[in-house]
Design a protein around this ligand. Structure first.
Ligand code: TXA
Ligand code: MG
Length: 338
């Protein structure tokens, strides 16, 4: 298949390909998504094939106005509207009970559907042009880091998808926050662009799912099936080093060997001798770390790299999302320094 390279002005054409059952990678404010008509099971199957995605991992459905929530979901609690008015359009996904019109292919057979109203103007225009909600997982090969620019998408999926719309670099850089309103209390299933602190300011208590911070065994039941996979995983092993920047740098300097690479905070590149370094953001600024993480993971993962060491931030603010992606990339091989 020839993958068409489209520009941000080609939203009508992208919408047409989607209407006709094609799959198109589109920019969003978080990461690039691989979109298909959410009501077209045959198109949804193409997404799973192109990504090599496990069949039990459900997709997020993207809408272009809050009113569409009622088309897709039933028994919507008031908390959903509170969250929507505070954070939509934006990097928040809400899990609610699904209506029958949402195919099982989208939800992997679950009775619930994850819905998000993205803020990226190009995403917005494409969903509108398609005229239907779009199911879209991140537009990477299953298991590799999510794409934050069109080149990442093409490096994973060129020849496997109908088109990619180049909207430049994604602003947030990590995926949306996923919050479930299905149980008795709101539950954070995946930390992301909207922080736990922002959610509790609107909802009061919000539980954090165990899978956010801990390793889950293959046999355990999880609330978000995606959480159990070793996502965001480069080919070579990753070691996450938690603690303040000076201490983690010292640990890495003492333990990294030839052929290892270091993903570090800006300003630390000089301390690792001859090792290749990939600065991904500022230690004190979690947003810059979120923005740069996935590109750094991809860049560090060359055929010659034996191991990747990463300076891992604290769980404050969007740091919870950054640390979650790093720990998962590391398969929970983590050093905590005091
Ligand atoms: O920022 C994002 O959310 C990006 C952009 C493209 O919107 N999308 C994205 O999709 O990250 P994906 O498929 O890579 O991750 C979706 C996550 C998975 O962990 C999945 O298990 C969870 O959301 N999820 C989807 N539907 C669910 C459902 N019905 N119940 C619980 N978790 C669900
Ligand atoms: Mg993904």
């Amino acid at each position: 298949m020839n993958t068409q390279r489209l520009s941000r002005g080609d939203t009508e054409l992208a919408g047409k390909i989607l209407k006709n059952g094609g799959i198109v990678a589109i920019p969003t404010e978080t990461v690039y998504g691989l979109a298909a008509n959410a009501f077209d099971p045959a198109a949804i199957k193409k997404i799973f094939e192109a990504k090599g995605r496990p069949q039990d991992n459900p997709l997020i459905v993207h809408i272009w106005e809050i009113g569409q929530l009622e088309t897709l979901c039933r028994d919507i609690p008031p908390e959903a509207y509170k969250l929507a008015s505070a954070f939509w359009p934006g990097p928040l996904t809400i899990v609610l009970k699904k209506k029958d019109c949402v195919p099982d292919e989208v939800t992997a057979g679950l009775p619930n559907v994850a819905v998000r109203f993205p803020s990226h103007p190009v995403a917005h225009e494409i969903i509108k042009a398609a005229g239907v909600p779009l199911a879209a997982p991140s537009a990477n090969k299953s298991g590799s880091p999510s794409p934050t620019c069109a080149a990442h998408v093409l490096s994973d999926l060129d020849g496997k998808i109908d088109a990619v719309v180049d909207g430049g670099e994604c602003g947030v850089g990590v995926e949306s926050t996923v919050v479930s309103l299905i149980g008795e209390r709101p539950r954070l299933l995946r930390p992301g662009g909207i922080t736990h602190e922002q959610l509790t300011a609107i909802l009061g208590q919000v539980d954090i799912d165990r899978a956010v911070t801990q390793k889950i065994s293959d046999t355990e039941k999880v609330s978000a099936p995606g959480m159990k996979y070793r996502h965001y995983a480069p080919r070579c092993p990753v070691k996450a080093v938690c603690g303040d920047g000076a201490k983690s740098a010292e640990y890495i300097r003492e333990n990294a060997r030839q052929d290892d690479a270091v993903i570090c905070y800006r300003g630390f590149s000089g301390v690792f001798g001859k090792l290749p370094t990939f600065p991904y953001g500022d230690e004190g600024d979690m947003k810059t770390l979120a923005h740069g993480l996935f590109a750094a993971l991809r860049a560090a993962d060359t055929a010659n790299t034996k191991r990747i060491f990463i300076q891992c931030p604290s769980d404050a603010g969007i740091g919870l999302a950054v640390a979650n992606r790093i720990k998962k990339a590391a398969g929970f091989d983590i050093i905590y320094l005091k």
